[in-house]
Design a protein around this ligand. Structure first.
Ligand code: TRP
Length: 362
């Protein structure tokens, strides 16, 4: 069986370091692994509209932001098909059929949807399109016969639902769709990178993000203002690692070699941690190492971004070509689905003959 990746993001803002360690970096590694026959990365504008129906301009503006973020982290249009969800109408048709296979109660139990409903204060006026987005996400994944979906853990309920839909579909209509596997980030720090305030996950509305497009100055400023350990007042005080942002970021980004290279006083990340806990290492020292580590990651990203920012029409062309290819592939799956569901009336010569015979006067 072919190995196929599908994943994507809602274009509601620029992507940040949480997206990067939580998913983008992994996608590029998977792209470079050569293990996959096809890779699709989707800008989920239709899904973004499910809770931004009154703000189409925001979605439109963020298409290009997300595309630039993708290209700048190293997604390569020669290896990865980057496309825009709304330009593949086949996905809507699949969603319609899948809605018959999912109960309202099943979607109501989805923990991610539950949290989002609370966060957005929808209360009794949940848009129906928003409520159904997990089903449309199953269409996104299955349209490409994806075997592998690299996402953050908040997306796990969507992949689970997709698997259920695939099982139900194949059970009723015969083997047609492929069950996908989720691929999660490699460690806990990557899974849930906190914002610079140390509180929740990075989120635009909390103003606690470091963006992939931030300048070196912005990055340094944000790291210097990071939440650390409120009990570590003097350098010689013992420090605590739990909830200490710079250390969580180092866990997500740094290698021992980097820690040692950027500050030869420390042999490894563990050495830095041990001596911080004992007392005698200042927060500034830790933050300085972190700034260097982040910059090493961000410099090539900024270089690629500068190239594409100077060639915006080329970026739209990449998205257009990608969307055409995505449509072609989704169209093939849709043909399989229509056939399995017995709604392929005009491409089934046998059906016409069978019906003709049925009505022949004996
Ligand atoms: N729900 C994802 C997000 O919030 C975006 C998305 C839409 C997606 N369809 C998908 C992710 C299919 C993986 C697979 O960013």
């Amino acid at each position: 069986m072919e190995k196929i990746i599908l994943t994507g993001d809602r274009p509601t803002g620029k992507l940040h370091l949480g997206h990067y360690v939580g998913s983008l970096k992994r996608r590029v590694e998977l792209q470079e692994s050569g293990e996959f026959d096809k890779i699709f990365v989707m800008i989920a504008d239709a899904q973004a509209l499910t809770d931004n129906a009154d703000n189409p301009e925001k979605v439109r503006q963020n298409i290009i932001e997300v595309a630039l973020d993708y290209l700048s982290v190293g997604l390569d249009p020669a290896k990865t098909t980057i496309f825009i969800q709304s330009q593949v109408p086949e996905l809507c048709e699949l969603t319609t059929y899948y809605m018959n296979l999912v109960s309202v109660a099943r979607v109501q139990r989805n923990p991610t949807v539950k949290t989002e409903i609370k966060m957005r204060n929808f209360e009794q006026s949940i848009p129906l399109g928003f409520f159904c987005y997990p089903v449309s996400q199953a269409a996104d994944i299955t349209a490409f016969k994806a075997t592998t979906v690299p996402v953050g853990e908040d997306q796990a309920p969507m992949i689970e639902l997709t698997r259920e839909i695939v099982q139900r579909f194949n059970h009723i209509y015969g083997p047609t769709l492929v069950e996908p596997q989720i691929v999660l980030p490699s460690n806990a720090a990557c899974m849930r990178l906190p914002g610079t305030d140390g509180k929740a996950k990075m989120s635009k509305s909390l103003g606690n993000c470091i963006y992939l497009s931030d300048t070196p100055k912005e990055v340094a400023k944000k790291v210097k203002s990071m939440y650390t350990d409120p009990l570590h007042l003097n350098i010689d005080d013992p420090g605590h690692l739990e909830g200490n942002c710079p250390f969580i970021y180092l866990d997500a980004f740094a290698t021992d070699e980097q820690v040692n290279r950027f500050n030869p006083d420390f042999a490894s990340l563990q050495d830095l941690k041990d001596r911080y806990v004992k007392g005698g290492v200042g927060d500034g020292t830790v933050k300085k190492i972190l700034i260097n580590v982040l910059e090493e990651e961000l410099v090539p990203i900024r270089e690629r971004r500068a190239h594409y920012e100077a060639n915006i029409p080329e970026v739209y062309e990449i998205l257009k070509k990608g969307s055409e290819e995505a449509r072609r592939v989704a169209g093939q799956t849709l043909a399989d689905v229509r056939k399995a569901m017995k709604i392929d009336y005009f491409s089934d010569a046998e059906l016409i003959e069978e019906q003709a015979n049925r009505f022949v006067k004996k």
